[in-house]
Design a protein around this ligand. Structure first.
Ligand code: NAD
Length: 357
């Protein structure tokens, strides 16, 4: 990490502190060095973090690297971690501290939810997506060969420490992907979008810290009102994901999650406008112009429909979409297939006009 010298050892002076349900979220540049160590606990950290990180990780004796990326979210790795905790005889009152991307925080959350029927958890997310999304909200997950995130529990962490300086080593593609989720939060919030995109040179900037804070504040607000996804409120967080997930899967993951969601957000904007909503298509077009995802999309909607039918908002009557009446005004709507097909054609035309290939 290039900005290590800016860390303030031993101090914990967040620029912002907020609550997401029972979780305290602390945000501030340089926060990592001040994270308090548990009296008794273990550290799980992302093996994909660059070597330059090792000295900065919380100094817990009992520590275990977990595989980078989705490899962490397997039953096999889950078992290995549980057995290591048992081997250390980590007691019920102990705490797990996890440092890493969304895959590490998803795994650590499920381990914390289930080891000895539940131990306390604190998270230090290290990707932008984990900071503004995965680490905030109490959802934990493992994958099965049959599908992603099929195993999990709600297990909110006691605290999440968000230190934007940790993004200094993040590859640019991952930094961009995280900004797509921030953009989505901005559309849903209507006020939080800072109106700009950030480059890796901005990681130490106050503007990025403020934008992350706005994004986390929005997500925390939704989580506080619907902590266990019972009221349907959290479905709004799926904005752009119905088509996005389908494109991600159809492309065999050649489109990253962020790229696919960005395309899905533009489709959502056009669909919202077709149903009389006041436009956000110029904003989603700006997102695509900045991100420039490859237009890895089938020429017709039909091949995407089986993937879309797996969307968690679908019910026995069919597909439902989160749409926008205006920025900050989401609603859930069933859309006739004819309109979906014509909007998909308009989406392909619009994306081509934006220069995507
Ligand atoms: N629980 C939730 O509510 C929730 C919400 C959104 C996403 N998710 C999950 O999050 C996962 C995706 O998370 P992600 O996008 O953070 O990806 P990730 O965890 O796979 O991390 C991406 C890569 O970056 C590396 N990395 C992490 N931090 C780094 C840093 N600071 N510098 C350099 N490299 C770093 C990782 O080792 C990994 O190789 C998915 O599995 C998704 O299902 C969960």
């Amino acid at each position: 990490m290039s900005s290590r010298s800016e860390l303030r050892p031993g101090s914990l002076a967040p620029a912002a502190k907020l609550s997401a349900g029972k979780t305290s979220v602390l945000i501030g540049r340089g926060l990592l060095a001040g994270v308090p160590l548990p009296e008794r606990g273990a550290l799980l950290y992302d093996a994909g973090l660059p070597d330059s990180w090792s000295a900065a990780l919380p100094a817990l004796e009992q520590r275990l690297a977990v595989p980078a990326g989705e490899q962490a979210k397997t039953l096999a790795v889950y078992e290995q971690v549980l057995r290591r905790l048992a081997d250390w005889a980590l007691p019920r009152g102990a705490e797990l501290l996890a440092v890493g991307g969304g895959c590490t925080t998803d795994l650590a959350g499920f381990v914390a939810a289930t080891y000895l029927r539940g131990v306390a958890l604190r998270l230090i997310p290290t990707t932008l997506l984990a900071m503004v999304d995965a680490a905030v909200g109490g959802k934990t997950a493992l994958n099965l060969p049959e599908g992603k995130n099929l195993v999990g529990a709600f297990w909110p962490p006691e605290a999440v420490y968000i230190d934007p300086l940790l993004l200094s080593t993040l590859p640019e593609a991952a930094f961009k992907d995280g900004q797509v989720e921030m953009f989505k939060h901005g559309l849903l919030d209507g006020a939080a979008w800072p109106g700009r995109f950030f480059s890796p040179e901005d990681v130490a900037s106050e503007q990025l810290e403020r934008a992350i804070t706005a994004s986390v504040t929005f997500k925390a607000g939704v989580v506080a009102r619907d902590p266990q996804e019972r009221s349907g409120l959290r479905a709004q967080l799926n904005l752009g994901h119905t088509l996005g997930h389908a494109l991600e899967a159809w492309s065999g993951h050649r489109l990253s999650h962020g790229q696919a969601v960005a395309l899905g957000l533009h489709f959502m904007a056009l669909l919202s406008e077709a149903l009389g909503g006041s436009g956000v298509a110029s904003e989603t077009a700006a997102l695509l112009r900045w991100l420039r995802p490859p237009l890895l999309c089938p020429p017709e909607l039909a091949p995407l429909l089986p993937w879309m039918a797996r969307d968690k908002k679908a019910d026995l009557q069919g597909l439902r979409f989160t749409l926008l009446r205006a920025p900050g005004q989401p609603y859930l709507e069933r859309v006739p297939q004819g309109l979906l097909a014509s909007t998909y054609a308009a989406f392909l035309r619009s994306s081509a006009q934006l220069g995507l290939v």
